[in-house]
Design a binder for this molecule. Structure first.
Ligand code: PLP
Length: 432
């Protein structure tokens, strides 16, 4: 009685942990046991736990004035909007604040549909864009969709294949060819849906919870060209990839991709308080200033959250993003050693966002990689994560459940990376 509900997809085999303290990349439960948090809770505590600079900024703001409505101005909110547009790719001018990643995507949907006067949004299968009615309808990851479609009221959107060779009838010898073929397929989807009915294409620059997969070289150049050709806006969902996660302020900067909208959440405050939003292009910004925002939310751009975000941005700029750049090669090479294990099918990722995929690397039919339900009841990935947990390291569960996600706070050290990947290797050995 009276328990906080735990989402079923998050439910571990063991009793849920009660974490009571955190410090850097480590968290502590109510029995004083220490864990390396190599999933940053939900890929979101980018600055690490208990960064005093962020805590102080939140306290100071709460002492001054804790809340100011979104119809008024507040220095923290204004400063944050300025800094976000400065760090975003060129030509982005305005920020519309929101509260969660799902709501940031809902906000972006409202803006692009209004502006384009067109109803549909395109998203990739094997994507995650949120769990609310609107954002849930965008999510394309198979196991999550099965759950969300029962509830999603919004529809009228279309999905297209991600550039993953086991996800579609691709026949490519090189990553570049795969990117070309996936982009060709996208063009067919657009033609068949009717370009005039499509307001925007939403994409994670590097897919996050559905498998940490970066696009093949050249893919996003083609996607941008195709969107321009058909007058479709491109929205980058940076809820996971933003704020240093991939080694730049935003994931699109690792792809040299100019989006029309960036949606963000999680890392913006290092998740010390809820905050999200959409950074929009000058063209959309002018439109919003002319037409006004159709709707708003009470807690959008909450001043305490904006203070947390400004402080988190200080910490990212002062060295944490550099830490990711300095250590991503080390993390990658260490993870690639795991490819020696027969059941490791693929290691993928960028920056501090990686996935180890399990299955048979040589199988023609990679059903195991694709279908999350094959091992229902005794999913070996859960056994593996449980093993790692018992040895003091928390990893993420990818969707589908054939992956382990490695997503440490950006402050993780070389020694912590070594410790975590050694435990992962031990856990693979013990499980398969
Ligand atoms: N978009 C992406 C890429 C995400 O990974 C998530 C959450 O994990 C969301 C949107 C939804 O964010 P929230 O859980 O804050 O609603």
């Amino acid at each position: 009685m009276g328990n906080a509900a735990i989402p079923h997809w998050y439910e571990p085999k063991h009793e849920p942990d009660t974490f009571v303290e955190g410090e850097g990349a480590r968290v502590y439960n109510d029995e004083g046991e220490e864990y390396l948090d190599f999933v940053s809770q939900l890929y979101c505590v980018n600055a690490g736990h208990s960064q005093q600079h962020i805590v102080d900024a939140m306290t100071e703001q709460a002492e001054k004035i804790p809340y100011v409505s979104s119809g008024s101005r507040n220095p923290q909110r204004d400063r944050l909007a300025r800094r976000l547009t400065e760090k975003a790719p060129p030509n982005m001018s305005n920020v519309v604040f929101s509260i969660s990643g799902s709501e940031a995507n809902e906000t972006a949907m409202q803006i692009v549909r209004d502006y384009q006067d067109a109803p549909k949004i395109l998203t990739r299968w094997r994507s995650y864009h949120g769990a609310t009615y609107g954002a849930g309808a965008l999510t394309g990851e198979p196991s999550t969709r099965t759950v969300l479609e029962k509830h999603s009221a919004a529809s009228g959107h279309a999905k297209f294949l991600p550039p993953l060779d086991f996800c579609g009838p691709f026949d490519a010898d090189t990553p570049e060819e795969l990117g070309e073929q996936a982009a060709d397929h996208l063009e067919w989807v657009i033609r068949n849906e009717g370009p005039d009915s499509i307001a925007a294409l939403f994409t994670e620059p590097i897919a996050g919870s559905s498998g940490a997969y970066p696009a093949p070289p050249g893919y996003f150049d083609r996607v941008r060209e195709i969107c321009d050709e058909h007058d479709i806006l491109l929205v980058a969902d940076e809820v996971i990839t933003g704020f240093g996660r991939c080694g730049e302020w935003f994931g699109v900067q690792t792809e040299d991709l100019q989006p029309d909208v960036i949606t963000f959440a999680k890392g913006v405050t290092s998740s010390y308080a809820p905050l999200a939003g959409a950074i929009v292009s000058e063209e959309l910004g002018d439109y919003l200033e002319r037409e006004g925002l159709p709707v708003g939310q009470t807690f959008a751009g909450h001043p305490v959250s904006c203070a947390a975000a400004n402080a988190a941005m200080d910490v990212y700029g002062d060295g944490l993003i550099r830490n990711v750049r300095d250590l991503e090669g080390h993390l990658e090479s260490h993870l690639r050693e795991l490819e020696e294990f027969p059941k490791v099918a693929e290691v993928r990722g960028r920056g501090f966002l990686w996935s180890v995929d399990f299955g048979d690397p040589d199988a023609e039919d990679n059903a195991f990689l694709f279908d999350p339900r094959v091992d229902e009841g005794d999913n070996p990935i859960e056994t593996l994560r449980e093993h790692a947990h018992d040895r003091g390291v928390v990893f993420g569960a990818g969707r589908p459940d054939t992956q382990v996600l490695i997503c440490p706070p950006l402050c993780a050290t070389r020694e912590e990376i070594d410790e975590a990947v050694d435990v992962l290797a031990e856990s693979i050995d013990a499980t398969f």
